[in-house]
Structures are given as C-alpha cells and as structure tokens.
Design a protein around this ligand. Structure first.
Ligand code: ZN
Ligand code: ZN
Length: 482
C-alpha cells in the first residue's frame, strides 16, 4: 500500500493495489495519477450516481478460495441502463472485476487472449462463437460511456471514456471481450456469482441504499406527473424510461425538473391488475411494482409483464399475467445448454420446447431501468419441465434467459392486498374467459328472444328467467374462484 496526499485537498489517498494507476479522492473527487514517484492532478471526476447496489468500496468477499476487497469502481451507461464495474484487489495481490448490473453479478479476471476471437461488429447475441477462451453464447454487445469513477483503478478513465464490450456465457461461466482500446480485445474470464456465494461483508443495507439512492433528488421515490399530477413510483438514478400510468405522458426524470418528452395517447388502454407504485410483501420482502409492459405475439395474444423491485439485495423480478395465469420470473445467471433441436438442459433436467414466437411491446407504463419502448420486438422461445418454464429472449443487442414458475392468483392477491373479486378483463383470466362465454350465450338467447317478443308469446317471461340464469353463473363462478 502507498499513501499520497491529494493534490486537490491534501487528504491522505491510499493506493492499496500495485496495479492501480489512478485514484479518485473521496473528499474532493480530484483524479490523482501515479507517475513514477510523483502524483499528478488530472482534474475532477463526476460523482457516481448512487444506485441501488448493495456493494460499496470496502466490501469484502470471496471468489472461490480467494478473498477480495472492493477498492474502485467505474460506472457506465448504455441504452440498456447503468451498470457498475467494481475493481477488486485479492488478498494474494491479484486483481479482478465484479460486474454489477441490475442486481446480477459476475466476477472476471484478465487472461491472455488466445487466437480465434471475433470482430466486434460480427458478434451476434444468441450465437455460439469462439471467444479466444473457448466457445460461448454471445449474450450482449454494447457501446457504453463511463459516467463516473470512484476509488482506485488500474487504468486512466474519465467521464466520457467509451467502452466497447461484448459478454458471453456458457452455463455459469462468463467471458467479456473489451474492445475499448482497439480491434484486438482484452479478455476477461470468470463466472456469474451471487452475493451469498461471495459471502460479502460490509454491504450497504436497504436503509442506507434508500437514503442515498439518486442523490440528485434526495430520497424521493415517487414524483408527480407534470402533465396530470398522478404520483409515479420510480427508482431515482437508474430509471431510463418513465411513462405516466394515468395520462401516458413520456417523462424524463434524469434532469432536476421532470420534463414531458411526449404526450400520451388515449387509445388502447389496458387496465392493470397490479397498480403501479403499489408495494406488496413478496416472500417476506417489501416489493414495489415499478412498471408494466403490455406485449403481444403474432397471433394477437396479449399479456402483461410487471417489473418488480425488491430492494438492494433482491433486485428486479417479474410477475407475468397471461390469460388468467400468473407467473413469477427471474433472470438466470446459469444458462441452459442446448440438448437437441427441441430441448435445453438445465440443472441436469431436460426442458422441452413449447413455443417460439415474436413478442412485440404494445404499451409501456411506469418506470424501467432500460429504454423500454412500444414497438420493441424480441424473439421468445419457451421450454417447460414440470411446473417450471425457461424462456430465452433475443434482440439485436441482447440474448437473455429467465426462469418462471406458476403462482396462484390468490398468492398474488395476498402479496399485493388486491381485492378478492376482480372485475372484467383485468381479472385472473379464467373467470374472464367464463364471462366471455356468458356474453356469447346471452347474445344467442337474445337472438332467439327477438321472434318470441315480436309474437307476444306467453313463453317470453320464462325465456327471460332462463336468460338471467345463464347470465348469472359467470359472476358467481368468478366470486367462488377468487
Ligand atoms: Zn482531495
Ligand atoms: Zn400523467
């Protein structure tokens, strides 16, 4: 360890790692560069955006048998949101990176690049490719901009520094090819990890995260729509797209004064079963409904996907409402492997392919950590084994896997304290289907009733009774079921 005085404010500044070439002063944010035995002042670094990560400088943990401490951080922004690269110093003097994106973590170590790496532009998400460290599935290809840095770092970065990176996965193995310095990438290889696996110490707790998140705005976790005044729940700092659930105005919350980007359209409103901004207790953890995507396939089937946030350590998850069924979904860090043309293998189990279809986003409501937009289209493939489904989603930029399992509506109702009986199309689908059948029968009876009424038949009152009998059961069934 080497301690120097900050040229900006005189505070002591530690370089814990020999590999570090720069450090950002905690007090005055001066970028200090080590040059031989001297230090130089490279100006000020932008402050990091306090996001919802429980990791902080000083957090310690393990990667396999090796203990590490977090000594630095780069924060980057791309169209998919913001992520952190935490710089790790291992107890044995080595170093590595902990990638931290929307609550998912990977640890990578730099390795010598072998032959066979792909050209950046040729990387296609979803494809198996030679990476220079073996064959992996391309997960993401992105250009990102560094927005801030903190602590000590092994190379000089500043706000505006551009990174071009591609990520690859195989099972839980992970590879990043970093093309920021040119066409020959730097290779980082490692694995997906969880906070539990790393046995992290000195994490920020939920209260600390809440208190500092989106420092630009203080503690606000909801804002008023400038268009209609409705309160909108969002995550300060990491919200990339925001649409008022009431008037559909598109808002920009990145500036101190919330701006209206576009007025909303009235057409095609889908009522939401889970109110945006509401909180529930999901498996004992306070969970907030942040956003809803209404999506449709090429056959006209529509469903709603709710984005949930369960605090710093739980991160994001989804509840999907589809034709009366509810599914709880989470992103997967350990990817399934292909097992023949119509199956994938995960956890030593074969999942059989159910469907393969395009999913188009029709409506975006509430807050998302990436730029969600109506018209976004992905290719979805679903696989099933017992009550569990695995789904892959493919877009031009990203290939992802998620795992979902059925949840009874009663469970969802308990979590979010929803009313026992739901009305109409927003209801838990099965009753909605019954209602639709009921309406059809009613229509048939009315058709039959017309000649009877026209001929003043004495049978008309009895037909009316029959009609009532037919019309009533759907609502009774609906109540019984819920
Ligand atoms: Zn200083
Ligand atoms: Zn509004």
């Amino acid at each position: 360890m080497q301690t120097v005085s900050c040229p900006g404010c005189g505070a002591p500044l530690e370089f814990k790692s020999h590999a570090s070439v720069m450090a950002v002063c905690d007090f005055c944010r001066t970028v200090v560069v080590k040059d031989a035995d001297a230090v130089r002042d490279l100006g000020k670094m932008a402050a990091v955006l306090e996001d919802y990560s429980p990791i902080q400088i000083g957090t310690s943990g393990r990667y396999g048998e090796r203990a590490f401490t977090v000594v630095g951080r780069i924060q980057l922004r791309w169209s998919g949101g913001i992520w952190n690269e935490w710089y790790l110093l291992f107890g044995d003097g080595g170093n590595g990176w902990l990638g931290d994106s929307a609550g998912r973590y990977v640890i990578t170590l730099q390795r010598a690049l072998e032959v066979g790496w792909p050209v950046f532009e040729a990387i296609q998400p979803g494809r198996e490719m030679e990476t220079g460290a073996g064959r992996y599935i391309a997960a993401e290809r992105r250009s990102a901009r560094c927005i801030a840095g903190q602590g000590e770092l092994p190379f000089r970065v500043g706000a505006g520094w551009e990174a071009r990176v591609a990520d690859f996965r195989r099972g839980s193995d992970f590879v990043t090819l970093d093309y920021s310095d040119g066409d020959r990438p730097a290779l980082y290889a490692g694995a997906a990890v969880t906070l539990e696996q790393m046995g992290c110490q000195l994490l920020r707790d939920d209260e600390a995260i809440k208190a500092s998140a989106g420092k630009y705005r203080g503690r606000v976790e909801s804002l008023s729509c400038p268009q209609c005044g409705t309160a909108i729940a969002y995550l300060p700092g990491i919200t990339a797209s925001l649409v008022c659930q009431a008037c559909r105005a598109q808002l920009d919350a990145a500036t101190p004064v919330v701006q209206v980007l576009a007025k909303g359209e009235e057409a095609g409103r889908t009522p939401l079963t889970l109110p945006l901004g509401s909180t529930g207790q999901v498996n004992g953890r306070e969970t907030r409904v942040l956003g809803a995507l209404v999506r449709a396939d090429d056959e006209g089937n529509r469903w709603t996907e709710y984005l949930l946030h369960g605090g710093g350590r739980a991160g994001f998850s989804w509840l999907i409402e589809s034709d009366g069924e509810w599914w709880r979904a989470e992103g997967m860090d350990e990817w399934p492997a292909e097992a023949g043309a119509v199956a994938v293998r995960h956890d030593r189990v074969a999942f059989t392919k159910l469907y393969d279809y395009p999913a188009r986003t029709e409506q975006v409501l509430g807050a998302f950590y990436w730029k969600a937009q109506a018209g976004d289209t992905v290719r979805v493939a679903e696989y099933q084994h017992g009550p569990v489904r695995l789904s892959s989603e493919l877009s031009d930029e990203e290939f992802t896997w998620s795992r979902s399992s059925r949840v009874a509506y009663d469970q969802v109702r308990l979590w979010f304290k929803l009313p026992a009986a739901q009305g109409g199309a927003t209801g838990a689908g099965a009753p909605a289907r019954v209602t639709r059948t009921g309406r059809f029968l009613l229509w048939l009876v009315l058709l039959n009733l017309v000649p009877l009424v026209l001929h003043f038949s004495g049978a008309a009152p009895w037909v009316l009774v029959g009609l009532l009998a037919l019309a009533l059961p759907p609502s009774f069934i609906g109540k019984d079921r819920q």
